[in-house]
Design a protein around this ligand. Structure first.
Ligand code: GLY
Length: 332
């Protein structure tokens, strides 16, 4: 069956219908038969997140099932990972930059297209909540570094050391090798990007990360940059990204995916096109990972990545699911 035809058949319009996500075979541009997670039809409310961040989607679901808003859900979900010191890619316990400083990036976007973000912020455990304060309490959208930290403290956030003993040890081991080779996605998880639709059918999103491990001081990736790590349009849907931020930034990935959905592509098709834009212009694509997740206002979702190993957590109808993403390079 031709892929486009399959996707069309799998797509049923209107909210409130549940279709179990299925796996479809499709022929991609590189002519290799690959498996992709086909679009799923969601019953709202719904929340999806990058990777196996089940605790985050559970926390978001707890907000949604009580009738809470999508913006509260994604904030609460992201906070779970930011506080988890075992997660070395987000918040406290995140891997530091090459100088040993943990610097965090996060953003949030609501149903009205409002956006708030912080980049390169130190000593504050919950950048996603600071990003929300930037959005709601300031005339600005993005605060960086010391200014972001100062604003957070003024808003009542406590300064805390973010470098854990475990992360410090790993960084010291890396330093002995003394080569500049930033690491991303080596452990199959990275940035958390979350999307949620609440009972009113409104969508919001958030994205938070400690960025690339052992990055150059001052390096900022895609996660907190509007249109790259996250984009929400309440008339269309939302998208979020994980992986090599530089590549997502160069292609304004999340904005691209939302615009493709606006033009009629399904979330799955839009995520695949987002990945193709990267691989078609970067011959080095085999050496890095990028993964996208998208959710449209009809409750359909999709995900796609460059390498296998990526997937999304979904919470819907009181049930947690993990959906393995299709990939441009088939998993061996
Ligand atoms: N996607 C996370 C980063 O590149 O910082």
């Amino acid at each position: 069956m031709k892929r486009r035809k399959f996707l069309k058949r799998a797509s049923i319009t209107g909210l409130g219908l549940a279709v179990t996500p299925s796996i479809a075979s499709c022929t991609t541009e590189n002519k290799k038969e690959q498996k992709v997670a086909a679009i799923g039809k969601a019953v709202v409310p719904i929340t999806v997140a990058t990777w196996r961040f089940h605790n985050a989607t559970k926390a978001a679901w707890e907000v949604l099932e009580k009738g809470g808003t999508a913006i509260d859900a994604v904030e609460q979900g992201c906070r779970v990972e930011e506080a988890d010191v075992k997660n070395t890619t987000v918040g406290k316990g995140g891997a530091p930059d090459r100088d040993g400083n943990v610097t965090l990036d996060a953003c949030i976007m609501d149903k009205n297209g409002n956006y708030g973000a912080v980049v390169c912020m130190e000593n504050i455990v919950h950048p996603v909540s600071v990003a929300r304060k930037v959005m709601e309490e300031t005339p600005h959208v993005l605060l960086a570094g010391k200014g972001a930290e100062q604003f957070a403290v003024e808003q009542g956030f406590k300064r805390e050391k973010l470098l854990t003993e475990a992360s410090k040890k790993a960084w010291e081991k890396w330093k002995i090798k003394s080569e500049y080779k930033p690491i991303i996605n080596i452990e199959n998880h990275d940035t958390i990007g979350m999307l949620a639709i609440d009972k009113n059918g409104d969508i919001s999103g958030a994205c938070t990360t400690s960025g690339m491990a052992y990055k150059m001081a001052g390096r900022v990736g895609d996660s907190a940059v509007i249109g790259s790590g996250l984009f929400i349009d309440n008339s269309v849907g939302g998208a979020t990204a994980t992986g090599m931020g530089e590549e997502v930034l160069k292609t304004v990935g999340s904005y691209l995916i939302v615009e493709l959905m606006r033009q009629g592509r399904s979330p799955q098709e839009a995520c695949e096109e987002g990945v193709k834009r990267i691989v078609s212009s970067n011959p080095n694509y085999k050496n890095f990972q990028v993964g996208y997740v998208a959710l449209n206002k009809q409750g359909e979702y999709g995900c796609y990545c460059i390498h296998g190993g990526f997937g999304i957590s979904k919470y819907q109808e009181g049930k947690q699911t993990y959906i393995e993403s299709g990939s441009y390079i088939p998993k061996t």
